[in-house]
Design a protein around this ligand. Structure first.
Ligand code: ATP
Length: 305
């Protein structure tokens, strides 16, 4: 396997006594769109801040482009473009003027402003004041600013947050284009599974500061023996109690049955026995491959038990 473009090992980060990152180890393949997925408060922004050297972990290491971040800060961050939360934009200036301001700070040729405006498809609105931009246009302007130095790696924190459906589609299309046509590796955080599913080649799932999965998107869906078991039965409350006591993960409870996440077919027989022994009437058991939503729920629910 080629050397990852970002590699972290055992990152621990605390806000006072609160452990926000717990042994976070990531391997982001060069050329990938790497989806960093987790519910609100999972630790995505904190991880990104560590990657950009804005937060310093208590333990662990970060290397980017094969070099230690601590020792090669300037060199590394010069080749990384980032968009964290809402980009800072001067509303009284036009899009083009905003980019000029950033270009003067980060350096680069004057023509690059036109190039990035073209990439993010803001040429027609470049001379409009930013106060008249939609949220989607502001996000694209923020991304244009991040592209001024032509970075090899882009780190985007929830880039579609708050956008309307057409803004989401435009941003998605832009991310795909930056990856395919411009060769950028893209590290992308999101709490929306369907977004990551549409874009990412590789994923990591984080919850409560811990990495629960890292690998190919397809591996998450098909690689494990992740199955769903649907059971039709009479006493839903008793069944829920009995199964949860044994550590099974219940995805849904209906008036006449349950939907469970299971790891193997052997568990079906075990569940059946448990229910029958508790006096629950089982009318039907059927298993199917889990969809990604269920895999995600299953992984994140386990932490709460
Ligand atoms: P979101 O999508 O909601 O931003 P996230 O996955 O990016 O979520 P983080 O912002 O990294 O999550 O937060 C991780 C945890 O750290 C959360 O429990 C959050 O409440 C806590 N946290 C974040 N910033 C601070 C801070 N400045 N002081 C104390 N706790 C914080």
């Amino acid at each position: 396997m080629p050397e990852p473009i970002i590699q972290t090992q055992g990152l621990d980060f605390y806000f006072k006594d609160f452990k926000a990152l717990d042994q976070v180890s990531l391997n982001v393949p060069r050329g990938s769109i790497y989806g960093f997925l987790g519910p609100n408060g999972a630790g995505k922004t904190t991880t990104i801040r560590v990657l950009l050297d804005l937060f310093h972990p208590k333990r662990g290491q970060v290397s980017i482009f094969g070099k230690e971040l601590l020792d090669h800060r300037e060199e590394i961050l010069g080749k990384v473009g980032a968009l964290i939360e809402n980009p800072s934009i001067y509303k009284h200036l036009s899009g083009r003027q905003n980019l000029e301001v950033v270009r003067k700070m980060v350096g680069g040729k004057k023509e690059r402003v036109d190039e990035v405006l073209k990439i993010v498809r803001l040429v027609d609105n470049a001379d409009k004041k930013a106060k008249n931009y939609s949220l989607g246009m502001c996000q694209r302007l923020g991304l244009a600013a991040a592209l001024l130095t032509d970075p090899e790696l882009l780190i985007l924190d929830e880039p579609t947050n708050g956008l309307d459906p057409s803004g989401i589609i435009e941003m998605r299309e832009l991310i795909l284009r930056l990856n395919k046509d411009h060769g950028k590796t893209i590290f992308l955080s999101s709490h929306i599974l369907s977004e990551i599913e549409k874009l990412a080649t590789d994923v990591a799932i984080i919850d409560q500061g811990k990495i629960l999965y890292e690998g190919k998107l397809e591996g998450l869906k098909n690689g494990g023996d992740n199955l769903q078991l649907s059971i039709e039965l009479d006493h839903v409350d008793t069944a829920t109690h009995v199964l949860e006591k044994q550590g099974f993960v219940i995805l849904e409870a209906y008036h006449n049955g349950l939907l469970l996440a299971i790891k193997s077919k052997q568990e079906i027989a075990e569940i059946n026995q448990l229910l029958v022994a508790s006096g629950v009437q089982v009318y039907q058991l059927s298993s199917s491959q889990e969809n990604l939503e269920a895999v995600f729920l299953n992984l994140t629910k386990k932490l709460d038990q």
